[in-house]
Design a protein around this ligand. Structure first.
Ligand SMILES: N[C@@H]1[C@@H](O)[C@H](O)[C@@H](COP(=O)(O)O)O[C@@H]1O
Length: 290
């Protein structure tokens, strides 16, 4: 796993947006071979989406041949409700870019048969050959998507009952009224996320500090479902200084020096994807720390 630490939420967003732009452009997606991306909601990715829209407006990135799968959706919240994840995605990203609407996949939490909807979603991901890059955020209890503590680390897309802590955390989007927060959601599983060829997680703010420490310094544990990324061959966590508050000083220094040494040895401009050397330099295929 790589851990990249930046000073604040804006520089974290800039880093991730630039990273995604590079990944999509390097993939050279076509209609027959689209770039399949997994996307989250929540406040953490908002700045990333804003930066991606700017990159699109500057002509540096196109989503014409990108297919998206969102992580989750509330059950029973009308699609056009301002807090549905459908509304969130169109408001913050999708309506501002050139992604064809038919390439957008978001779970439907208003169907009669929720289980079939989850199975349909998993099948569609498979039909596209899996997800190339899954971006995720986490809740303060370390959940990824809506995979609440205790979720199976092999789980697939399914219906989940939300933890009280999550309902409380998300009440801010419903005027602070916990009774208005849906209690059920559809969510991709931890296994669905881990099957992506690459996973990138945004962790910002002091309220995520304990979760980050559990994810980085402790073992894989279903009570902190994001910790499953320790077993992923290509995982990247990008956090801000505030989120590092519960990490050991030596952990922070370790990951900072890894980046520093790579910069010194290779030069940031020559770093390819996954932190490996891109060009014909003296040092080839320098390991990334994954
Ligand atoms: N299901 C979403 C998660 O996917 C998201 O990561 C989390 C954190 O949101 P925020 O970034 O607002 O802290 O909120 C919800 O629980």
């Amino acid at each position: 796993m790589r851990l990249v630490i930046r000073s604040d939420a804006q520089t974290v967003a800039d880093y991730i947006a630039e990273y995604i732009k590079e990944r999509i452009n390097q993939f050279k997606p076509t209609a027959e071979r689209p770039f399949v991306i997994g996307l989250p909601t929540g406040s953490s990715p908002i700045l990333v989406y804003k930066r991606l829209v700017e990159l699109y407006n500057d002509g540096k990135l196109s989503f014409k041949n990108v297919v998206s799968f969102n992580m989750d959706e509330y059950v029973g919240l009308p699609r056009d409700h301002p807090e549905s994840y459908h509304s969130f995605m169109w408001h913050h990203l999708l309506k501002h870019i050139d992604i064809p609407p038919e390439n957008v996949n978001i779970l439907d939490g208003n169907v009669d048969d929720l289980q079939s909807e989850c199975e349909r979603y998993e099948t569609k991901i498979q039909l596209y050959g899996g997800i190339e890059l899954f971006m995720g955020g986490i809740g303060p209890d370390g959940h990824i998507a809506f995979n609440e503590p205790g979720s199976s680390l092999q789980s697939r897309t399914r219906v989940k009952t939300l933890a009280y802590e999550t309902i409380l955390a998300n009440a801010r989007f419903f005027g602070g009224d916990v009774t208005k927060v849906p209690k059920l959601a559809l969510t991709v599983g931890v296994g669905t996320v881990m099957n992506a060829r690459e996973v990138v997680v945004i962790i910002t703010g002091a309220n995520k500090a304990i979760a980050l420490a559990k994810c980085i310094e402790e073992g894989v544990n279903h009570m902190w479902t994001v910790s499953a990324i320790q077993t992923h061959p290509r995982s990247l966590v990008v956090c801000d200084d505030d989120a590092t508050l519960e990490l050991h000083v030596k952990t922070v220094r370790y990951f900072k020096t890894i980046e520093q040494v790579q910069d010194e040895m290779i030069g940031r401009e020559n770093l390819g994807l996954y932190g490996q050397v891109a060009g014909p330099l003296k040092y080839k295929n320098v390991p990334s720390g994954n």
